[in-house]
Design a protein. Structure first.
Lengths: 288, 263
C-alpha cells in the first residue's frame, strides 16, 4: 500500500478523530400543508466521518441525497435524529462546513476572483489578505489567467472550479459536495475529479461527497455509503481499499472493476425497485 | 459582405427610404404642405428652434426651446425617479409578503389594460393643470411596470441556488438581500426600469397635450391648433429623437447586464 496520501489516511485512522457524526437522522415532510399525505424522505441515517477522510454517498436520483446534503449543511431542519460536527449539535450552517452545490452557484455578477473573495469579504477580512488568499486559491483550482473573467465567459467546468474555490478559501474543516460535477460531461468530470483529489490532498481536507456516478465515487473515496430509496437510508457501506494516490488510470485496474461491480449490484436492486414504484404511481408514497 | 453587415445596412435603408418617400410625396405635390412637411425641412425647422429668429418669435414667445425641452425632460426624470423610489420598495414588499402579492396580482396584471389618460379629469380636479398633474401622470404610468419587474426579479432569484450559498456562508438575511438578491435581481429590475422610463415619457408627453401650457407635448398641440404644420412636425421630431436616444442607451445597459449574467 503506497503513496504519501495513503499514509496520511492511515495516520488519521489511528487517531480516528470523528469530525462529523450523523445519528438516526430522519426527515419527513407533508406534500400539502393540511394533508395527511406525508413523504418520508430520509430514515435512520447513520454516518461517521473521521478527519481527513473522503466519504461518498451514492444513490439513484430522487432517493434523498440532496435532502441529506441540506440537513448536514444546516440549511434545512431534520424531523428526527441529529447531526454532530466536532461533537457539537448542528442547528444551522456550521462554520466548520463548506458547501459546494449541484446547481451553478458561481455568482454571475462577480469575476472569478471576486467570487472566490466573496466569503472572505463577508467575514470582514482585510482587502489585502483576502486578495492574497483568493489569488492562491485561484491558482490551486487552476483558474490562473481567468481571475477577471465573469462566469458567463467561462465553461461549465471552470464555473464549478470558481464555486469550489469560493468554498475552499474559507478553510472549512469539512467540505460538503452535492454532485458538483453533475452537469459536466464525462471527460471533464473525470479530470476534475482527479484534480479534486490533488487539491484535497494538498489541504488535507475532509470531504463528504454526494454523487450518482459509481466510478466517481470509487475513484475519489475511502468509503462509499450506498443509499436505498423511499425512505432514503444507507443499505451498505463499502470500504475502498485501492491504494492512493489514485488518478484516472486507476479506472482501468481490476480491483476498481470489482468494487464498481459490487456497488452496481446494490444500486441495480434499488433502481429497478424504484422504477416499479414509479410505474405504480404515488401509492408507495403514502404512509404504510 | 457579411450577413450581419447586410442586415445593418438594410435597416438604415428602410429608415432612409421611408424618409425619402415622405419627402417625395410632399415635394411632388401628392400631399399638401399643410398636412405634411418634407422631412428635410423638419430638421431645418428643428435647427431654427435653437436660433433666435422668426420661428422662435412665432411660437415660443418669451420662452426658449431649451426651457420647453428641459421642462418636459425634467418632468420625465422626476416622475420616473419617484416611480422607482416607490415602485422598487413596493415590488420588494410584494415579493417578501407573498399573500399581499397574491391579493394585488390581478390588479397589477390588468393595470395597463385601463387607459389611465381617460381619468385625466380626476387628476385635474386634484392637482390642477400644470407640472404637478403631468408628473403624477408619468408616475402613475411608470410605477406598475417597476413594481411587477422588481417582484418577479426577486422571485426568480429566490428559485436559484444563490441565496442558499449566502445561507451556507452564515450571512444574515439582510446581507443576503444586499449582497446576493440585489445584484442577482438587477437585470430583471432593470428591464422594469427601462419600461418605466419609456412609460414616463409617454405619460408626460401625452399629459402635456391636455394639461400644460409648456413643454414639448404642449408645443405639438399648440402648433397643431395654430396651423403651424412645420413647427408641429419639428416638435414631433424632437420628441422622437429624445425617445430613441434614451431607449437605445437603456437597451445598451440592459444588454450589458444580461450579457454578464448569461450562462
Amino acid at each position: 500500500m503506497g503513496g504519501a496520501a495513503g499514509k496520511r489516511q492511515l495516520a488519521f485512522r489511528e487517531i480516528s478523530m470523528i469530525v462529523l457524526e450523523v445519528r438516526n437522522l430522519g426527515k419527513t415532510y407533508s406534500v400539502h400543508e393540511a394533508d395527511a399525505l406525508r413523504v418520508e424522505a430520509l430514515k435512520d441515517i447513520n454516518l461517521t466521518v473521521n478527519k481527513g477522510e473522503f466519504i461518498s454517498i451514492i444513490g439513484p436520483s430522487g432517493c434523498g441525497k440532496s435532502t441529506l446534503f441540506g440537513l448536514i449543511g444546516g440549511l434545512n431542519e431534520c424531523t428526527s435524529g441529529q447531526v454532530l460536527i466536532e461533537g457539537e449539535k448542528v442547528d444551522g450552517p456550521h462554520p466548520s462546513i463548506g458547501m459546494v452545490f449541484q446547481e451553478e452557484s458561481a455568482f454571475p455578477w462577480l469575476t472569478s476572483l471576486e467570487n472566490v473573495e466573496f466569503g472572505l469579504k463577508m467575514a470582514g477580512i482585510s482587502k489585502q489578505e483576502r486578495r492574497t488568499r483568493a489569488k492562491e486559491m485561484i491558482e490551486l483550482v487552476g483558474l490562473s489567467g481567468f481571475e477577471n473573467h465573469y462566469p458567463g465567459e467561462l465553461s461549465g467546468g471552470m464555473r464549478q472550479r470558481v464555486a469550489i474555490g469560493r468554498t475552499l478559501v474559507m478553510n472549512p474543516e469539512i467540505i460538503l459536495m452535492d454532485e458538483p460535477f453533475g452537469a459536466l460531461d464525462e471527460q471533464t468530470r473525470v479530470l476534475l475529479g482527479e484534480e479534486l483529489l490533488r487539491i484535497c490532498d494538498r489541504i488535507g481536507a475532509t470531504v463528504l461527497f454526494i454523487t450518482h456516478s459509481i466510478s466517481e465515487s470509487v475513484m475519489l473515496s475511502d468509503r462509499v455509503y450506498v443509499m436505498s430509496c423511499r425512505p432514503g437510508t444507507f443499505k451498505k457501506v463499502i470500504d475502498i481499499d485501492i491504494p492512493r494516490p489514485r488518478s484516472s488510470s486507476t479506472i482501468g485496474t481490476k480491483r476498481f472493476g470489482e468494487i464498481t461491480d459490487e456497488i452496481w449490484r446494490e444500486l441495480k436492486e434499488e433502481t429497478s425497485k424504484r422504477m416499479r414504484v414509479d410505474a405504480c404511481g404515488m401509492e408507495e408514497d403514502r404512509p404504510r | 459582405m457579411k450577413r450581419a453587415n447586410k442586415v445593418r445596412m438594410t435597416k438604415w435603408l428602410v429608415l432612409l427610404g421611408s424618409a425619402g418617400c415622405l419627402e417625395i410625396i410632399v415635394r411632388a405635390g401628392i400631399v399638401r404642405r399643410s398636412t405634411l412637411t418634407p422631412v428635410s425641412e423638419m430638421f431645418v425647422t428643428l435647427w431654427k428652434f435653437f436660433l433666435p429668429g422668426e420661428v422662435q418669435a412665432r411660437l415660443l414667445k418669451d420662452s426658449s426651446i431649451a426651457a420647453n425641452f428641459f421642462m418636459t425632460f425634467g418632468e420625465i426624470l422626476l416622475s420616473f425617479s419617484l416611480a422607482v423610489l416607490v415602485g422598487f420598495p413596493v415590488g420588494v414588499l410584494l415579493w417578501k409578503w407573498k399573500t399581499l402579492g397574491r391579493i394585488l396580482n390581478p390588479y397589477l396584471v390588468s393595470y395597463y389594460a385601463i387607459p389611465v389618460f381617460a381619468l385625466y379629469p380626476i387628476i385635474v380636479g386634484i392637482f390642477g393643470i400644470g407640472m404637478l398633474s403631468i408628473t403624477f401622470m408619468g408616475w402613475l404610468f411608470a410605477i406598475v411596470a417597476i413594481i411587477i419587474s422588481t417582484a418577479t426579479g426577486f422571485d426568480e432569484v429566490e428559485k436559484r441556488i444563490y441565496p442558499q450559498v449566502g445561507k451556507s456562508l452564515r450571512l444574515s438575511r439582510w446581507r443576503i438581500f444586499v449582497w446576493i438578491y440585489f445584484p442577482a435581481a438587477t437585470p430583471y429590475v432593470f428591464t422594469g426600469l427601462k419600461l418605466g422610463f419609456i412609460y414616463s415619457i409617454i405619460g408626460v408627453i401625452a399629459s402635456e397635450f391636455i394639461l400644460s401650457t409648456r413643454g414639448l407635448g404642449h408645443l405639438v398641440r399648440f402648433s397643431y391648433s395654430a396651423f403651424e404644420t412645420e413647427i408641429m412636425y419639428a416638435s414631433m421630431l424632437l420628441i422622437v429623437i429624445m425617445a430613441v436616444v434614451v431607449n437605445s442607451a437603456l437597451m445598451r445597459i440592459e444588454a450589458w447586464l444580461y450579457g454578464r449574467q448569461a450562462r
